[in-house]
Design a protein around this ligand. Structure first.
Ligand code: ADP
Length: 442
């Protein structure tokens, strides 16, 4: 009989094999132990903050990080002016190696277009240095998960640092918020609806000055006073249980300054503008209701060309896209009435055709103030003239206004004429016939 155990023990091949298995198993245990140890250390020593893309602070933090990129080079320079090697190491460690570009596109009132590029950290991990602390940024996109609100891929930015420095996160959030708000200081942010939420559209615009929009005598001041009065009377509404909202309708021919005035009004009040197109594809009654309720604070809600949305027959033949809008007229009325929150709501509507509006839409409570902005009056012509050619041109302004008497000129056409002859008031007068030719009345 062969003793099996002694056979294996005596066989050098088998014992070497067992030895190897033993070493392999030992290594595996060690490796696992090291991994667990590292995980444990990570859990004990590191702390993370995850910011999902649907959170407001997400864009703020990305913007703030892009600014830090530029500042970090400066820090690396000052810290180690004489140590080129160290400087290079810091710069390469702290600057994102993979950046993503965010382009903002802006069309100015005069039709010109400008674009601006901002570099933000791209997907992946980056490290930056902040107040003596190293922080890792990990920007990740989950292509399989869609943010149901915005229909965009779900993204997160995770900041990680040593746990003893955890307080730094609130400081970063605070700084990022202040930075974002400072960027908008003196500017008007335009929001458009994006699914059920409001998103800034393009870069914040420089505030439009109120006196750059010339309305007939007293009209502008009248509206501004009314809005100011409304804004300062929140308590009055609250005490009486009246919904705290006010509706304005600006109506009149195209090019009379309706949109421009709303921009200037927002600038004057330091408010932003939420623009809602009722004919927009996919806008439903529910969504409209929701959007009116969640509009950002200190903003004017602008419903442009309200007549277009419910004049379906005409629109459908012109553009099929309008078929996609699912807002019903009663849905709009409900949304206007049902702004249930006690937050202040200022709703402005514009139309070129007040006669096409259903009286139910413009009854008090839905539209409290109706203002007609018409073609240029003598007063407006003179005002616009002197605004363009200086206060010394009052006599010429009178002459110019007289020449236009009996003609229907829009303020937009006037502006166009003055821009063509911007340096020469006399040329503006001499060429008044070219302006009259543009009008339909001659
Ligand atoms: P609307 O909304 O009534 O169609 P806009 O506000 O879009 O008119 O005006 C079109 C252009 O004409 C803008 O560039 C604006 O600056 C100019 N404009 C129109 N009306 C006025 C006005 N009353 N005062 C100054 N500019 C005006």
């Amino acid at each position: 009989m062969v003793d099996i155990s002694s056979f294996f023990a005596d066989n050098p091949l088998f014992s070497a094999g067992f030895g190897l298995i033993g070493v392999g198993a030992g290594l595996a245990v060690l490796r696992q132990g090291a991994r667990r140890g590292a995980d444990l250390m990570k859990r004990q020593l590191l702390v993370s903050m995850e910011i999902p893309s649907h959170d407001k602070s997400y864009q703020w933090v990305l913007g703030w990080l892009s600014r830090r990129g530029a500042e970090t080079i400066k820090t690396a320079d000052t810290v180690s002016r004489d140590m080129t090697w160290v400087r290079r190491r810091i710069a390469s460690a702290v600057l994102p190696r993979h950046v993503a570009v965010q382009t903002s596109y802006k069309q100015h009132d005069n039709g010109s277009v400008s674009t601006d590029f901002t570099m933000v950290p791209g997907q992946g991990k980056h490290i930056f240095f902040y107040r003596g602390i190293f922080i890792q940024v990990d920007r990740q996109r989950n292509a399989k998960m869609i943010d149901i609100q915005s229909a965009a891929p779900f993204e997160t930015v995770t900041l990680t640092t040593l746990s003893r420095d955890r307080r730094v996160f609130s400081r970063i959030l605070e700084e990022a918020r202040e930075y974002a708000l400072a960027q908008n200081e003196g500017r008007t942010v335009l929001y458009t609806s994006f699914g059920p939420e409001w998103r800034p559209f393009g870069l914040p615009r420089k505030r439009r000055l109120l006196d750059s929009v010339i309305l007939d005598k007293g009209v502008s001041a009248g509206i501004v006073d009314d809005v100011r009065d409304f804004i300062s009377n929140g308590k009055w509404y609250d005490e009486r249980g009246i919904p705290y909202r006010r509706g304005y309708l600006l109506y009149g021919p195209p090019g009379s300054g309706k949109t421009s005035f709303i921009q200037a009004l927002a600038g004057e009040l330091g408010y932003n503008i939420c623009i809602l197109n009722l004919s927009e594809r996919g806008l439903t009654d529910d969504r409209l209701n929701h959007l009116l309720t969640v509009a950002p604070e200190r903003s004017l809600i602008l419903l442009e060309d309200v007549d277009a949305a419910f004049n379906r027959n005409r629109q459908q033949s012109e553009q099929n896209a309008y078929q996609q809008s699912m807002v019903t007229f009663s849905g709009l009325l409900n949304a206007l009435d049902g702004v249930a929150s006690s937050d202040e709501r200022i709703i402005l509507m514009t139309t070129n055709h007040i006669e096409r509006l259903d009286p139910a839409l413009i009854r008090p409570g839905r539209v409290d103030v109706k203002v007609f902005l018409g073609n240029a009056t003598g007063f407006q012509i003179r005002q616009m003239f002197t605004r363009f050619y200086g206060p010394g041109s009052a006599d010429l302004a009178d002459r110019f206004a007289k020449m236009l008497e009996g003609h229907t000129v829009s303020t937009a056409q006037l502006q166009g004429h003055f821009v063509v002859h911007k340096k020469d008031a006399m040329a503006s007068i001499d060429n008044v016939h070219s302006l009259i030719e543009l009008t339909n009345d001659s």
